[in-house]
Ligand binder design. Structure first.
Ligand code: ZN
Length: 502
């Protein structure tokens, strides 16, 4: 017993020593792996975002934020109206709870000093990612048309809370920067009254101007004095190249698309005939996407005292022509495809109806944004691969143009088919490129331009660039085009004259 007991103490130190070596090695190895994982490997954005969302969920999991269905993921948002202060605090709350997928900014103040808030929802809310389209929704430019304003808040709530769970929402946020302005006329809203279905109290801004009659007009002189809210939006559009836009109203149930105005005289306009854009097929499609995803709009049933609309869509001028509308301005000046969405027969219905309006519009609101990924997009570079800003682009036979951003990017929504892209710039040879658009994904088309032989500042043999053509239109007094030339223009003035004025 004593022999064996004397042998084992001699063996133990060696075994212990080796064991410790192995343990120490394992420890160092695991720590190293941990270190590499934690510090060196980039965590995919999606993982980080869902981790973030989970942290938010758990961090705000107190009883106040719990409902019977489980934790509420966003700030409390009931089906009730939000005045300026409530709206402001909701936007601030959602931004602080979801800082990685939202950004809050103001494009300026209303005439009574209220901020014109915009909330961006995107996985890159603060930074423009090359090639990612910017889209927008603007509601409540008529202050007494209140449903759109609340729909914007519910859309925001849906996007931020469904981002970790809903594949479509995640795809939208990862591939689109969505700018949402719940109210373009916060002053008008404050003097509007819930339950008032008709009338104009609160429609106008605090100085009594209709903001949807206040924009520069391509067809007619707009004599309305430019209002600060319109000026802010105008500047906003000149800074960000929006690809697609929806503008929300009430008092009817229809998706209306450009043009809102026509070259015909007021007398002729009484008959309200169509004023067709060269992108009529695309606009009809966009309006149809909204109306058919809506629970009722596509049925085209008339509101009380109105006539119905086939498939719930209409050309703006055919319904009734107007001067200074926002959607025509978006399209003609900036190449942004905007349509006008009239989403409630009653302009300011009781709050108890809001949940129904959300159910009716939810799918439309989501699907419409996805349409920004239809058509063609790409970059225009010089021979050395440098992006070229301000290249005049147009789709052949569609004479409303658009321009490249300062990163040389462009986007254009088009239905499936064969097209030709035309590119013009003072200092480069003009170029045409043929391409096809398919249904399920955007076509990527990059264009390389080579410098022309003409001396700088002189035009080559190609037609006059868009910038100069727009001035031929003799912009109405009091409403000159933006100081920077409009981002888009009419390329072939004679052809446009024939198309629209013929
Ligand atoms: Zn309206």
């Amino acid at each position: 017993m004593s022999h064996s007991s004397s042998a084992s103490p001699r063996m133990k130190p060696a075994t212990w020593y080796i064991s410790m070596l192995i343990v120490a090695f394992l420890y160092i190895y695991l720590t190293a792996i941990q270190y590499i994982r934690g510090e060196e490997l980039p965590v995919p954005q999606t993982v980080r975002q869902s981790l973030h969302a989970r942290a938010v969920r758990e961090g705000f999991g107190g009883s106040k934020f719990l409902s019977k269905q489980g934790p509420i993921n966003g700030p409390t948002l009931g089906f009730e109206y939000h005045n300026y202060d409530d709206l402001t605090s909701y936007l601030r709350n959602v931004n602080s709870m979801f800082p990685n997928i939202t950004a809050l900014y103001s494009i300026g103040k209303s005439s009574q000093g209220r901020e014109l808030w915009v909330l961006v929802v995107s996985t890159s809310p603060y930074k423009h990612v090359l090639g990612i389209p910017n889209v927008k929704y603007v509601a409540n430019m008529h202050g007494n048309e209140a449903v759109g304003r609340e729909m914007m808040l519910h859309l925001i709530q849906h996007l931020v809370t469904q981002y970790p769970r809903d594949e479509y929402v995640r795809w939208l946020l990862e591939n689109t920067r969505i700018h949402i302005m719940p109210s373009m006329n916060p002053d008008g809203y404050e003097v509007s009254k819930e339950g008032t279905c008709e009338g104009a109290q609160g429609r106008y801004n605090s100085r009594g101007y209709d903001l949807n009659r206040n924009f520069p007009d391509f067809f007619k002189t707009n004599n309305a004095r430019p209002q600060i809210e319109m000026e802010h939006v105008k500047e906003w559009l000149s800074k960000i190249q929006f690809v697609l836009s929806g503008n929300f109203h009430g008092g009817a149930l229809v998706a209306s698309y450009p043009f809102d105005n026509s070259a015909k005289s007021m007398f002729q306009s009484l008959s309200s005939s169509e004023s067709v854009t060269p992108d009529d097929d695309t606009f009809k499609h966009l309006a149809t996407v909204y109306s058919t995803n809506h629970k009722r709009m596509y049925q085209g049933r008339p509101c009380k005292g109105q006539s119905g609309f086939k498939n719930g869509i209409t050309n703006g001028a055919k319904w009734y022509p107007l001067i200074g509308g926002m959607q025509d301005f978006n399209y003609i000046w900036h190449g942004c495809m905007e349509i006008t969405l009239e989403i409630s027969c009653c302009k300011f219905p009781l709050a108890e109806d809001l949940e129904r309006y959300w159910r009716e519009n939810k799918e439309s609101l989501l699907r419409f944004l996805g349409e920004s990924h239809r058509g063609v997009r790409g970059f225009v570079h010089d021979e050395f691969g440098n992006p070229i800003e301000g290249v005049g682009l147009k789709i052949k036979d569609r004479d409303v143009g658009f321009k490249t951003t300062r990163h040389g990017e462009y986007w254009r929504i088009l239905l499936p088919g064969r097209y030709v892209l035309e590119a013009y710039h003072d200092n480069y040879e003009p170029k045409e490129a043929e391409f096809y658009v398919v249904d399920d994904r955007p076509t990527l088309l990059n264009v390389t331009l080579s410098r022309n032989s003409a001396s700088p500042g002189q035009y080559g043999q190609h037609s006059v660039p868009a910038r100069d053509v727009i001035y031929l239109n003799q912009p109405p007094k009091g409403h000159p085009p933006p100081p920077e030339a409009p981002a888009s223009g009419f390329f072939n003035f004679n052809r446009i004259m024939n198309t629209f004025f013929g």
